[in-house]
Ligand binder design. Structure first.
Ligand code: IPE
Ligand code: IPE
Ligand code: MG
Length: 277
């Protein structure tokens, strides 16, 4: 968190918010459904793509703030498998903006030890966007600071299907298909987010109370934070507020909150008919 205070002044409201945050209880992984670009533009009588353009800066601010806070992972929903239903011109603009973002931000990502990953069926992207995305992923692959997952041509159901097929392929290759038993760990370790903790906090902008096919498996116990703010208006202040709100939640993971201790997602409560591990 020290790095965050470097860019704040004591008279700023973000300073007070940052001071209120408990550095020992930060979410390890934050996921964001960046929604409301179209409505932001419409309110200004601008074409929808103007909203997407205005949505690039809050991406930059969110990445920088998470890096300065020392958050381990940030997953940003940039394009869903369902978003292909939109007009061709809008979709093309999104690919163009992705390329602009990558070109502009790659030096900052490298300088700040940020690792970029892409989750989703990126093979289906137009060649130029795909190549630049893959190059940026490659160029930051050894970085060990914040991991930023860009969810692009991403679908939560696709991800689970891809994971199941990967489990089957692996068993087939090893000649173990006949004795294969699929459990939670087998699926989780073949998801696009394998190796990362599940999101602790899921933020959705623009007030919509739905998941829209995002990280279906991983958000089983995420704390949800929905704000009416439209994505282009999302700020560092709002991110800090979301984290503070998260820190006030009582996370029980199906158990009871023990007096004086925080419950752990690792706890296993054995119910009737269940076998202890
Ligand atoms: C989110 O904003 C960006 C993408 C889905 C690519 P929208 O474009 O969905 O904006 P609204 O929801 O129409 O306002
Ligand atoms: C979810 O937003 C996808 C992204 C933010 C990339 P949508 O705008 O596509 O979701 P719906 O259609 O409102 O559910
Ligand atoms: Mg939307």
């Amino acid at each position: 968190m020290k790095a965050l205070f470097e860019v704040l002044r004591p008279d700023q409201k973000d300073w007070a918010l940052a001071e209120a945050i408990d550095p020992n209880r930060l979410p390890a992984h934050i996921a964001v459904i960046m929604d409301g670009n179209g409505r932001w533009a419409k309110r200004r009588n601008l074409p929808r793509v103007a909203g997407h353009k205005a949505g690039v800066e809050p991406v930059r601010v969110t990445v920088e703030t998470c890096a300065r806070l020392g958050i381990r992972a940030l997953t940003l929903y940039a394009f869903s498998v369902e978003n292909w239903k939109r007009p061709r011109a809008e979709v093309d603009t999104l690919w163009r903006l992705l390329r602009i973002y990558l070109r502009r931000e790659l030096p900052n990502l490298r300088r700040n030890d940020i690792r970029l990953a892409a989750i989703g069926r990126v093979q289906a992207l137009p060649a130029q966007a795909r190549e630049e995305l893959e190059a940026a992923v490659q160029a930051t692959s050894l970085n060990r600071g914040l991991q930023v997952n860009l969810a692009i041509n991403y679908g939560g159901r696709n991800e689970v299907v891809d994971a199941v097929n990967a489990v089957l392929d692996e068993a087939r290759r090893k000649g173990r298909l006949d004795s294969l038993i699929v459990d939670d760990d087998a699926i989780a370790s073949h998801l696009y987010t394998a190796g990362l903790p599940d999101p602790d906090l899921l933020i959705r902008t623009s007030g919509e109370m739905r998941i829209s096919n995002f990280l279906l498996w991983q958000i089983a116990y995420a704390e949800l934070y929905v704000t009416d703010t439209l994505w282009p208006d999302f700020t560092r202040t709002e991110l800090l507020r979301a984290i503070l709100d998260y820190q006030k939640r009582d996370r029980r993971f199906g158990g009871l909150s023990p007096a004086g201790g925080s419950p752990s997602r690792e706890s296993h409560f054995v119910g009737v008919g269940a076998t202890a591990r």
